[in-house]
Design a protein around this ligand. Structure first.
Ligand code: AKG
Length: 228
């Protein structure tokens, strides 16, 4: 029998939901994201935050029941979507994301993010790598951060034991649900092919989170499970 999602999440700080979505879902979302970027006049390069607030299709993606099930297992019965973003890597933008914990960006109660591969993601084109179990400790984010990638909070690479890292190759449609203290990074994209990932962040709406009340990109938060 497969181990319950909650047990895996608590132990490792992440759960891989292999091929949670199908090719049609992924193609539809990519088209929707292209539409949002065209409207915003932004090239598909790097990071763009705020898809669900601009597109009903992507709002529905954030509340998709295939995601909400695992999210309620990790978070509880009351789940609030906060914001989403697309992270593109291509010939133009091929950086590997530095090691970090997402919590360093927002603090407050612990959030859960879901990273969804919109292309087959591999170590060659920039899949995620994680340190299982690292979600139990807050790490120091004192690495140098002047490369303009948008990932300013990072560990000093010398503080990371790469021998504990696990690569997470993910066929398109696969979702990786992870705790905001999970140490994660991604490989550079050396292939010249696009690697897109859609990342959405959620929290338990039943728990007060005053430290995060003023975060601008979370002003359009909405419930995807339960009631206030
Ligand atoms: O998609 C990636 O390359 C990494 C994204 C990431 O680490 C993040 O958004 O926190």
């Amino acid at each position: 029998m497969t181990e319950p999602i909650r047990a895996r999440y608590d132990r490792d700080g992440y759960v891989v939901l292999e091929r949670l979505f199908g090719a049609a879902d992924v193609a539809g979302w990519k088209a929707g994201i292209r539409g949002v970027l065209d409207e915003a006049g932004t090239p598909a390069n790097g990071v763009f935050v705020g898809l669900a607030v601009r597109s009903p299709l992507l709002k529905a993606a954030a509340a998709d029941l295939r995601l909400v099930g695992p999210l309620t297992e990790a978070i509880g019965p009351t789940v609030e979507f906060l914001s989403d973003k697309i992270v593109f890597k291509s010939t133009g933008v091929d950086f590997g994301t530095p090691w970090h914990q997402d919590w360093s960006y927002w603090h407050g109660i612990h959030k859960v993010s879901v990273w969804i591969a919109l292309d087959d993601a591999t170590p060659a084109n920039g899949c995620l790598k994680v340190i299982p179990g690292s979600h139990r400790v807050v790490a120091r984010h004192d690495g140098a951060a002047d490369d303009g990638t948008g990932f300013d909070n990072r560990l000093d690479p010398r503080a990371v034991d790469e021998s504990r890292a696990v690569a997470l190759p993910a066929p398109a449609g696969t979702a990786v649900m992870f705790h905001d203290l999970l140490l994660h990074a991604s490989f550079p994209n050396a292939t010249g092919e696009d690697r897109w990932a859609l990342i959405s962040t959620y929290r338990d709406a039943a728990v007060s989170d005053p430290d995060c009340d003023d975060i601008a990109v979370w002003r359009h938060a909405f419930l995807v499970a339960g009631n206030r």
